[in-house]
Design a protein around this ligand. Structure first.
Ligand code: NAD
Length: 251
């Protein structure tokens, strides 16, 4: 990563689940972690994440910022540059589901999922890119989903948002390659987090039958792939989709 001195990594949706696991995987002295979340104000998850990072000897700070709000993201990123001077890593992880079959899907549920999952990545990349271009260095990783590649009945909005993230990432990879900025996607399969805890038992069992490695993934499984993509070892990898799905889809 970057030059000597403190490096800066921004993770969206870092209060819990996969975002928190990514933060803990990256946490090391010399790395300033900045994350956001959009949990209810009384939820203490973001503070718990900070305590866990500090226990690992690193620094973390956060703000409650809606990633779908272009202006709010610009202000958040501007604040990071003002305080810390640079942005080495951007992880677009925040995401939501509003599942329903297409014929029953409300317009609001389509718009919410596309805004939080896809427009957010545009907002964050655009806000971070100027700083990364000036540095001639940047690592961008966006968390999509196996559903963005193979589709899923009842998740047309979510699948579209995750497929869109892949097209966005590949365009960004081409636009910014000359500035030594890489952009890649990690596409998880079925991972145990709050997002999937709400699924009915029969749906979880049906997923399990499709996984050759015969277990659900953990947030740490995903975090390991993200850590690799921002490492020096991955300096020549850009515009790619890394699948972390236990073999559920072999693409
Ligand atoms: N859990 C899975 O099986 C799975 C599989 C594939 C992909 N993913 C993707 O991984 C990412 C993380 O999922 P998770 O399972 O950890 O979810 P989670 O529900 O456990 O955590 C979601 C995080 O996103 C934040 N967030 C939600 N809306 C936001 C908004 N408008 N602005 C800012 N932050 C917001 C939440 O505050 C939280 O920190 C998502 O993009 C999800 O689509 C998850």
């Amino acid at each position: 990563m970057g030059e000597n001195g403190e490096r800066v990594a921004i993770i969206t949706g870092g209060s819990k689940g996969i975002g928190r696991a990514i933060i803990l995987e990256l946490a090391e002295p010399g790395l300033q972690i900045v994350f956001n979340h959009f949990d209810p104000p009384e939820d203490g998850s973001a503070d718990e994440t900070v305590s866990m990072v500090e226990a690992a000897g690193a620094h973390a700070e956060y703000a409650r910022v809606d990633v779908s709000d272009h202006g709010a993201v610009k202000e958040f990123m501007g604040g990071v540059v003002e305080r810390h001077g640079r942005i080495d890593v951007l992880i677009n992880n925040a995401g939501i589901t509003r599942d329903n079959f297409l014929m029953r899907m409300k317009e609001g549920d389509w718009d919410a999922v596309l805004s939080v999952n896809l427009k957010s990545a545009f907002n964050c990349i655009q806000a971070a890119a100027r700083t990364m271009m000036k540095q001639h260095y940047g690592r961008i990783v966006s968390i999509a989903s196996v559903v963005g590649i193979q589709g899923n009945a009842g998740q047309a909005n979510y699948a579209a948002s995750k497929a869109g993230m892949i097209g966005l990432t590949r365009s960004v990879a081409k636009e910014f390659a000359s500035r030594n900025i890489t952009a890649n996607v990690v596409a998880p399969g079925y991972i145990e987090t709050e997002m999937t805890a709400i699924l009915p038992e029969e749906v979880k069992e049906a997923y399990m039958t499709t996984i050759p490695l015969a277990r659900a993934g953990t947030p740490e499984d995903v975090a390991g792939a993200v850590k690799f993509l921002i490492s020096e070892e991955a300096a020549y990898i850009t515009g790619q989709v890394i699948h972390v799905n236990g073999g559920m889809l072999m693409a």
